[in-house]
Design a protein around this ligand. Structure first.
Ligand SMILES: NC(=O)c1ccc[n+]([C@@H]2O[C@H](COP(=O)([O-])OP(=O)(O)OC[C@H]3O[C@@H](n4cnc5c(N)ncnc54)[C@H](O)[C@@H]3O)[C@@H](O)[C@H]2O)c1
Length: 364
């Protein structure tokens, strides 16, 4: 088992990472939350069916009063309706300010349960118990949110968890698509922070079909280290935290345009990263070996182009609604070099031309 500390201005908190560490959840929860009145596990149907009984029994062994609220699996649960149902469940079951919420699942449950914890009685403690690879990113840093039909993560808060308990054993049941989705964020952390990590990944990972437990821990540790360094400096995204959005401006637009859940978050981000890499080479007149990276993405199974039925205009419209867009200037994270991200703004006309050029030339 490894332990890391996340240092944020609001609160430092531990991350416990290991294979088969779930049995310690009760002990670690009590070490960070003194004498909780009730524990509310918020989880999705898939995770509940696979592991709900196990987590409940581990907590009950500590004589804790445990309740479980189950939401449907998938992005559609980051909605007002589900958020409201969770709050109603908490009120009907008499949770109070001394209660603790456990977000048990992937990034969807983490974002939703975190937002419930941030707003229930003006904020109660919560603990992240992630079950997807992608959650190495979403569980760290305290951004919690739900979606609005007009945009992703538009209603949210900053609310740091009290601890993250990451048992890689859960990842054994994760479908390949979800492993790949999480892997995209691992690659992102490499691109914005560490060239040698990216090179190492490109050398050693050619398929995600048989990722070992050691490799998963390597990905998660590295991803958490990069994220931890950034949020320690910039908890509320007034500066370098924005670099974590590498690949996300186009990625979010693609997710929204296709309809949430039609493409995984990571696949959309991977496609967005490819465009951002191509654009970075163009703007900074550098050679990042775009073609090799694109071929590697293809080998891994990431989408390397956008379906022809999607209009460039529609993607632009989506990007204009992005939280990072100000005065119609669309903000992109580009790379001056691998490991050296910068922010660049584009007017819609310029971006339209670049996006069209990439779709016709960069994707082939
Ligand atoms: N808050 C942040 O900083 C941040 C960062 C990155 C992404 N996110 C958010 O994370 C979300 C995506 O997270 P995700 O990819 O984990 O999606 P997810 O939570 O929907 O999980 C993906 C699917 O895997 C299933 N699943 C979860 N654990 C499983 C397991 N162990 N075995 C089998 N199936 C399992 C889920 O039921 C779901 O169907 C997006 O909403 C994104 O916006 C947030």
């Amino acid at each position: 088992m490894e332990q890391m500390m996340i240092q944020t201005k609001s609160r430092p908190y531990p991350v416990f990472l290991g294979d088969g560490i779930i049995d310690n959840v009760g002990e670690w929860l009590l070490s960070v939350c003194n004498n909780p009145s009730k524990i509310l596990i918020i989880t999705d149907q898939t995770v509940k069916d696979l592991y709900g009984g196990k987590l409940e029994s581990v907590l009950k062994a500590f004589d804790l009063d445990v309740l479980t609220c189950v939401v449907p699996s998938g992005e559609q649960s980051k909605s007002f309706e589900t958020y409201y149902k969770c709050l109603t469940f908490a009120l009907e079951n008499n949770l109070d300010r001394e209660s603790v919420i456990i977000a048990f699942g992937g990034g969807v449950v983490g974002d939703l349960a975190g937002f419930v914890a941030a707003t229930f009685m003006r904020g109660i403690p919560f603990i992240q118990v992630p079950t997807t690879l992608l959650a190495h990113d979403s569980a760290v840093g305290g951004k919690v949110a739900i979606n609005h039909p007009l945009g992703k993560n538009m209603i949210g808060a900053f609310h740091q968890p009290h601890a993250i308990i990451y048992d890689t054993q859960f990842l054994k049941t994760l479908p390949l698509l979800e492993i790949r989705s999480g892997f995209a964020e691992v690659v992102k952390h490499g691109f914005i922070n560490d060239r040698s990590f990216v090179e190492n990944l490109m050398k050693t990972i050619h398929s995600l079909n048989h990722v070992t437990s050691e490799q998963l821990q390597w990905f998660i540790r590295k991803g958490i280290e990069v994220k931890a360094e950034i949020v320690a400096e910039d908890e509320r995204e007034t500066g370098k935290r924005a670099f974590l959005n590498f690949g996300h401006t186009l990625g979010h637009a693609l997710e929204a345009e296709l309809g949430y859940g039609k493409i995984s978050h990571g696949d959309a981000v991977a496609c967005g990263m490819l465009f951002a890499l191509w654009l970075s080479e163009k703007i900074f007149r550098k050679d990042f070996q775009y073609k090799s990276i694109k071929n590697w993405f293809n080998e891994i199974g990431f989408p390397v182009k956008i379906d022809e039925t999607i209009q460039t205009e529609s993607l632009l419209e989506r990007m204009k609604k992005d939280k990072k867009t100000v005065h119609s200037q669309i903000r992109f994270v580009l790379l001056e070099d691998i490991g050296n991200p910068v922010l660049k703004t584009f007017d819609t006309h310029t971006l339209y031309s670049f996006l069209n050029e990439w779709r016709t030339e960069g994707c082939v």
